[in-house]
Design a protein around this ligand. Structure first.
Ligand SMILES: Cc1cc2nc3c(=O)[nH]c(=O)nc-3n(C[C@H](O)[C@H](O)[C@H](O)COP(=O)(O)O)c2cc1C
Length: 477
């Protein structure tokens, strides 16, 4: 049975010795965040703070801060398999012909299991607060110069105004007062796009989900293309449809097993200054204008747990979630670009900073074709640097990657710079916010057609007889 909510997940973490409970009193202002960072920087466990000063709700942090915890949460040892499931579904979708459909019926009927299940009621309906107050939730202030308290792990849900396709995105939210907050949805992200398409009375319904089952949380961080409903995606991840239910004051679906749901609306024309915020680049992101969320109602469980996370200079919790995204999206990248053998986004490059890809090169110029393809794929359009290497290079070993760059790349021939492209909103180096340049590094072995007019150098490898001799005598040495 898939994990249904964050409290079941906590039980699993306790069983696996992956959770520490802190009973001494802690403060949401700076103290909890520093404890969480110290544990993350030393590969520590998830932490449940039971005694939070001035609040009656426990706070859970670092919950997904290791691959082991993500294996427990997503109930798989093989993250790549998640992507394989999506590719298989896509292949089934594009198979044409009646015969093919008949052959696929058993698989298609199994797919029915992954669709969300609409429930009339759920644990989230245990308490409804008509006069809610954002300041009753133990929201953290993480860094000394942060503008205030930020919800960092809220799943923001919206609907596409024309298609009705549902989105879930983790966007940080700054508390402005009891009823208002500012949502940092960056312009390239799906819910921001939904808000830009909204033409009616300028009140976009928005719900913020605090705590849900691990697969729904993962789906909210995953860069899933518009058109694929995030609840369906969550169902693919957990191999079973998410139980969803309606909000009370707005027409949006939320997981029936959420801990807390904030209901309200965003007026995209009502912008306020958000930030500064100590971000996952390791720098403060300066203040900028973002839309205001107005709270109209709050649903919660009788005894909810508040899920949070802290960001800062890598490597913190988000790095592990990013690693799972990297592994699970590999099959989709390979499906669209079959020459790709492996793909990595090193966590120290805060993911959008750098991608390294290995390819099986069969024609000249192919590395550039792959770069352009990746820069055209959803959120990869925000990746600043793409390095392409041959498939004999282990892209997860920086020594191998550097060896490839320094032996197979000539700067004036193999470097591509593209100006005036979209960049990650958080990139501290972009000349202006959201715009900057791209760097492509072709570190594959060049051929004559690629203007390499020398014999391809031979790599040094040990000859077989010497290898055999040393193997045989190894224990004598
Ligand atoms: C802890 C954490 C905080 C994040 N904060 C933001 C944020 O403030 N704004 C934003 O646009 N993306 C943020 N992201 C990244 C988005 O969640 C991610 O790009 C996701 O794919 C967006 O989904 P979407 O396709 O629904 O827009 C954050 C991710 C994590 C893990």
């Amino acid at each position: 049975m898939p994990i249904e909510d964050i409290q079941q997940y906590v039980d699993k973490l306790i069983e696996a010795n992956e959770l520490k409970i802190i009973k001494s009193e802690v403060n949401v202002k700076l103290e909890i965040a520093e404890i969480l960072r110290r544990y993350m920087y030393s590969n520590g466990p998830a932490i449940l703070f039971e005694n939070v000063k001035d609040y009656d709700m426990p706070v859970l942090g670092n919950a997904f801060g290791s691959l082991q915890r993500l294996k427990i949460g997503l109930e798989t040892d093989n993250f790549t398999e998640i992507g394989e499931r999506i590719v298989n579904m896509t292949k089934m979708e594009i198979q044409s012909g009646f015969l093919n459909k008949i052959k696929k019926i058993p698989e298609i009927s199994k797919m029915g299991d992954i669709f969300p299940k609409q429930e009339k009621n759920g644990p989230i309906h245990e308490v409804f607060i008509e006069e809610p107050n954002l300041n009753k939730i133990p929201v953290l202030k993480s860094w000394y110069k942060d503008a205030g308290k930020f919800i960092t792990f809220g799943l923001v849900t919206t609907k596409h105004p024309e298609t009705g396709v549902r989105n879930l995105g983790v966007y940080r939210i700054q508390i402005a007062d009891n009823k208002h907050a500012i949502i940092h949805w960056q312009i390239h992200k799906r819910s921001a796009q939904h808000s830009m398409l909204w033409k009616s009375d300028k009140k976009i319904e928005v719900a913020i989900i605090l705590g849900a089952d691990p697969a729904t949380i993962f789906a909210s961080v995953a860069p899933v293309p518009e058109g694929l409903d995030k609840y369906v995606f969550a169902g693919i991840v957990r191999k079973k449809g998410v139980k969803i239910t309606k909000c009370k004051t707005i027409d949006l679906d939320v997981p029936a097993n959420s801990e807390i749901v904030l209901e309200g609306y965003v007026n995209p024309e009502d912008l306020r200054e958000e930030g500064p915020f100590g971000d996952h680049t390791g720098y403060y992101t300066p203040k900028d204008l973002f839309p205001v969320f107005t709270l109209t109602g709050m649903m919660k469980k009788e005894n909810p747990v508040y899920l949070t996370t802290v960001v800062g200079k890598p490597i913190l919790e988000d790095a592990y979630i990013g690693k799972v995204i990297e592994r699970s999206f590999l099959p989709l990248i390979k499906f669209l670009q079959p020459e790709v053998m492996d793909f990595a986004m090193p966590a120290s490059g805060w993911f959008q900073g750098m991608a390294i890809v290995s390819i099986n090169k069969t024609y000249p110029g192919q590395a550039k074709k792959v770069m352009m393809g990746l820069w055209g794929m959803g959120q990869l359009s925000l990746t600043k640097i793409i390095i392409v290497v041959d498939y004999d290079i282990n892209i997860h070993k920086m020594d191998d990657v550097i060896w490839s760059i320094t032996t197979r790349m000539d700067p004036s021939r193999d470097i591509t710079i593209i100006n005036n492209t979209p960049t990650d909103t958080l990139d501290p180096a972009s000349p202006i916010v959201n715009m900057g340049s791209k760097l492509g590094v072709d570190a594959t072995q060049k051929t004559v057609e690629e203007n390499y007019n020398r014999p391809i150098p031979e790599q040094v490898v040990v000859d077989q007889s010497t290898k055999d001799l040393v193997d045989k005598k190894w224990n004598q040495y």
